[in-house]
Design a protein around this ligand. Structure first.
Ligand SMILES: Nc1ncnc2c1ncn2[C@@H]1O[C@H](COP(=O)(O)OP(=O)(O)O)[C@@H](O)[C@H]1O
Ligand SMILES: [Mg+2]
Length: 257
């Protein structure tokens, strides 16, 4: 059984791609068979977060019926499996996002979990990712504008029969103006808050270095919370700390050297 879990927020820039790349890195490290798919077709940047160069075949080619899903799947040096979207301006030409559910269906039985990054907004692109998904993880900043967009996304997802499994509060600083976990959950009709990722300078640092923060600095505050959230998502304790020779630490020392 393949779980298709999308990560959405309504609002842009709240941490969807960061969450997808880090959950992907953690679950791969925990030996889960997970595939990341960049469902943000108009402004894709998952491959930039992962530092992967240009691909000959992308999700756009699959959506144009020019390729099959396996041809658009790549394995990142860290082992993360990813289906990138084309980053060129021409890639959108002739691309119909409504083919996304069929493309995702090609992964059924091939992977334990599909983690689907999504576009901002609630347009056709987001609707297509919801139609392709069984479950949804919401990301919000702890403020009203972001939470309002998350609520709209939740309502839309439920209209499509998607199981909204929880919310992640991202970039909290502890300022008095921020909404707390209870307020976020109440506003989202009692939805569980699966994690609260602190604002952490290591995250933009990792993005600039084109790698997930859990590879860049596995012990940073954000990395620790991403690991907790990953355990919540798969509902099990993940075996990640195999001492100093764990895969994450070996990857981070590789990038440091
Ligand atoms: N917990 C965090 N702490 C600090 N910066 C963050 C955090 N999460 C995300 N960011 C920064 O916010 C920016 C937007 O994140 P991104 O994941 O691309 O958002 P989205 O995919 O929702 O548009 C990124 O450049 C990233 O560096
Ligand atoms: Mg993004």
């Amino acid at each position: 059984m393949t779980r298709v879990l999308s990560v959405a927020s309504g609002k842009g820039g709240v941490g969807k791609t960061t969450l997808v790349s880090n959950l992907g890195a953690i679950l791969t490290e925990a030996e889960k068979n997970v595939t990341l798919v960049d469902g943000n077709l108009t402004t894709p940047n998952l491959s930039m977060h992962l530092g992967i160069p240009l691909y000959p075949v992308t999700l756009h080619d699959v959506l144009k019926d020019d390729a099959m899903m396996p041809e658009a799947m790549y394995v990142h040096p860290s082992g993360i499996k990813v289906v990138p979207s084309g980053i060129g301006i021409d890639d959108m030409e002739g691309t119909d996002s409504r083919h996304l559910p069929l493309a995702i269906e090609e992964l059924m039985g091939e992977t334990e979990m599909v983690l689907l990054d999504t576009a901002a907004g609630l347009g056709q692109e987001t609707v297509s990712t919801l139609e392709a998904s069984d479950e949804l993880l919401l990301v919000t900043h702890p403020n009203m504008p972001s939470l309002t967009d998350a609520l709209k996304t939740k309502n839309l997802a439920e209209d499509f029969g998607v199981d909204v499994i929880g919310a992640v509060i991202n970039s909290h600083t502890g300022s008095k103006q921020e909404l707390n976990e209870r307020e976020v959950s109440d506003m989202l009709d009692g939805l569980p808050v699966l994690g609260k990722v602190p604002y952490d300078e290591k995250v933009p640092e990792a993005v600039a270095m084109k790698k997930p923060v859990v590879h860049h600095d596995p012990h940073s505050p954000a990395s620790k919370e991403f690991k907790r959230i990953a355990s919540e998502v798969v509902a099990e304790e993940l075996d990640l700390d195999h001492g100093s020779r764990g895969l994450l630490s070996r990857i981070s020392s590789f990038f440091r050297s």
